[in-house]
Write a protein that binds this ligand. Sequence first.
Ligand SMILES: [Zn+2]
Length: 195
Amino acid sequence: MGDWFQTIVDTEVSPGEAQGLAANMLDWLIADGFVSAERTDCVLGADAGHAPGTRYAEAVEDPDPELVNVWSNGLHVSVGRTVFDAGQGEPSAVTCPHCATELPLVDECWTLIDERWDRFRAAVGSWADGDDEPVACASCGRTAPVHTWIWADDHFAFGHLGFTFWNWPTLRAEFVADLSRRLGGHRTVLLEGKL
Ligand SMILES: [Zn+2]
């Protein structure tokens, strides 16, 4: 059994604004009872997070009464330049921001097509370190910075602020929309994955 997560990534916040915005958002999430104020050991991949609050059920479609008994049930807020990814599985396809051609990255057995993925591998890997390498499109030949490509199933998202909910049931669309609005209307990506 794996742990499943949903991450809402703000893809537009600037590095300088991310910390302050994260604090404001946490204030709201705590004040409205979606998460508890206390920081505890309840998330994966980080020291501490915020466990579900008294009104957490209003953020999800189908509240699970057992969530309180799951150890990894918290919210972790990531601040800093990060390539968020869906964990298990391969990126299935990517779409060129210029010509809108969707380029499959896996074959019919869901194995990565190395010659395709190799165009992206280094660029995806180095984005968090401050690079934003251009990648050439196999269809139209034009190049675009790696963060502007559109990933199937939102396999990757590039940004400086992310909200990861561990093992929560599917987040309600209204909750995601409200959270996005409070991020100042920045473009967000909802990424789902498993570890
Ligand atoms: Zn293209």
